[in-house]
Design a protein around this ligand. Sequence first.
Ligand code: FMN
Length: 155
Amino acid sequence: MYLYKNLIHPSGEIMKYVIVYWSRYGHGKKLVTYLAEKLNDRKIETQILRTDEANPNSMPDADLYVFSAPAEAFSLQRTFKGFLKRIEGLDNKKYGIINTHGMDKNRLGQMENILSKKNMVKVAEVDFKIGKDIKSGNAFLEDYKPKIEEFAGKL
Ligand SMILES: Cc1cc2nc3c(=O)[nH]c(=O)nc-3n(C[C@H](O)[C@H](O)[C@H](O)COP(=O)(O)O)c2cc1C
C-alpha cells in the first residue's frame, strides 16, 4: 500500500509537489487535475502551473516535480520542450513525467533525456494515447483514472 507514503517529509513539514503542464485540447489538464486530487488525498500539497505561469530559471521549491505535455509535430510539444531545456536549479530533485500522444510513439524518452541532463531523478512515468489519429486529438482511448492513480502511487 502506498497510501501514507510521503505523507510527511522527514523534516516534519507537509510535502509539496509542483506540477507544470502544457495542454492544447485539455487532456493533459484533466490528467494533472486528477493527479493533484489524488495527491491531495494523501495530504500532499500541490501547485499546478501552466507552462506560461512557471519560470524555468526560478522554479518554486518542491519535494517533487511533475511535467506533463503532448507530442506534437513528431516531437515533444515545442513550447514545453523549450521550457524543459531552460530548467535550472533542480539538480537532484525527483520528477515524474506524463505524455499524451496521438500516434503510437510516446515522448517520455525525450522528456527523460532533457531532464537527465539537468541531473534530475526520475521516479515515475506514464503515457496516454489520445484520439484516433494526430488530428482528432479529442478523446482518451482508455479510462485515464486508474493509470493516474497508479502513477500517483509511485510519486
Ligand atoms: C498540430 C498537432 C500536431 C500533432 N502531432 C503529433 C505527433 O507528431 N505525434 C503524436 O503522437 N501526436 C500528435 N498530435 C496529437 C497530440 O499529441 C494530441 O492532440 C495531444 O496529446 C492531446 O493532448 P492535449 O489535449 O493535452 O493537448 C498532434 C496534435 C496537433 C494539434
